[in-house]
Design a protein around this ligand. Structure first.
Ligand code: SAM
Ligand code: SF4
Length: 333
């Protein structure tokens, strides 16, 4: 029988997001506009052996999906090794190993990721226009990221998802172009509402383009049909094109249509802290537990205790909401 980690609200925790690094070579204004604060010493970061050790324990407790993220996870030179080690957990109950990347390193390294055992990939692309891409990410590398998508396809990573954070007065007019891109390249678009997780703390509700508006804009040009699948704990509501074209649309409306009631996620930061919600204001140091000689059963007990503290929901829409001090790049999106 599959083990199940449950929180105090009865939610089964099946999905672990592991941030491999806080570092990033992009400066997306909605995430890390001013670059990283001083990099934490390497010894504070989890090594690949530690990531492998705790991941194996998480899988034994019922985690079925691991997503590697960051920061920019491909800035870790040992990412292929990490993927290779974690892919072995597929024989122990892991169903899905995924990676989210800004795509910069993919032209040279997509095949290596596939060979290491990665099945699928999510690549972030906020604009298909060179100027807007540069303005949103701080780097003039749209062509390279598009080449990265092509390389991921070529390597056989499937499916390919494309994440775009939609921000008012920046790229909302492009949502239909992205839908056209999904149709042409047979990829799954994921439109994400802008969340208050930017290190500059400049988020404003006025900047949020609602999932509803995104859906309506696309539907007016390419009529959409909701996918006939149980949403479960998925973050996105998903649609196909009514005319049967390839590709898929998904909308992640964390701000205007929260889905916390079915949340199955916990997160591990690059320095080994468990976060039970994107918006947690407290963290729990798994790193300290494993580095002070805890036995396996003590580690299990610690994880189970932390999961019981998972918050019922986020409070973005409450007047007293306080954004977490760590940005998305630290928490691991
Ligand atoms: N560097 C990789 C990348 O950009 O794909 C992985 C880490 S990034 C933090 C993961 C995802 O979070 C990206 O798709 C990014 O666009 C998204 N993200 C970052 N800050 C966000 C914010 N304030 N609101 C919504 N999504 C955000
Ligand atoms: Fe880097 Fe990803 Fe954050 Fe952009 S969204 S700054 S690529 S971590």
């Amino acid at each position: 029988m599959t083990a199940t980690l449950k929180d105090s609200y009865g939610r089964a925790i099946r999905d672990l997001r592991v941030s491999l690094t806080d570092r990033c070579n992009f400066r997306c204004f909605y995430c890390l506009p001013h670059g990283e604060p001083p990099i934490a010493p390497k010894e504070e970061m989890l090594s690949y052996e530690e990531i492998e050790y705790v991941s194996e324990i998480f899988v034994s407790l019922g985690i079925q999906k691991i997503r590697l993220t960051g920061g920019e996870p491909m800035m870790r030179r040992d990412i292929e090794t990490i993927i290779e080690k974690l892919a072995r957990l597929k024989s122990k109950g892991l169903h899905d190993l995924a990676l989210t990347t800004n795509g910069y390193f993919l032209p040279d390294r997509a095949q290596g990721l596939k060979d290491a055992g990665l099945n699928r990939i999510t690549i972030s692309v906020d604009s298909l226009k060179r100027d807007t891409f540069k303005q949103m990410t701080g780097v003039d590398v749209l062509d390279r990221v598009l080449a990265g998508i092509a390389a991921a396809k070529e390597a056989g990573l499937d499916p390919i998802k494309i994440n775009a954070v939609i921000v008012r007065d920046h790229n909302e007019a492009e949502v239909t172009d992205f839908a056209a891109f999904a149709r042409e390249h047979d990829v799954k678009m994921r439109f994400i509402e802008f969340m208050p997780l930017d290190s500059g703390h400049d988020w404003s509700r006025d900047d949020v383009v609602s999932g509803r508006e995104i859906r309506e804009r696309i539907d007016a040009r390419f009529p959409l049909i909701p996918l006939d699948v149980a949403r479960g704990s998925e973050t996105s509501s998903r649609y196909r094109f009514a005319d049967g074209a390839p590709g898929e649309i998904g909308i992640i409306a964390s701000v205007t249509e929260p889905f916390c009631g079915a949340c199955s996620r916990i997160r591990l930061t690059a320095d080994g802290q468990i976060r039970t919600c994107l918006f947690s204001t407290v963290e729990h140091s798994l790193r300290d537990v494993i580095r002070t000689g805890a036995t396996r059963s003590e580690v299990v007990e610690f994880i189970e205790g932390v999961v019981m503290k998972k918050e019922p929901r986020h409070y973005i829409n409450d007047p007293q909401f306080v954004a977490p001090s760590r940005s998305m790049s630290f928490i691991g999106g």
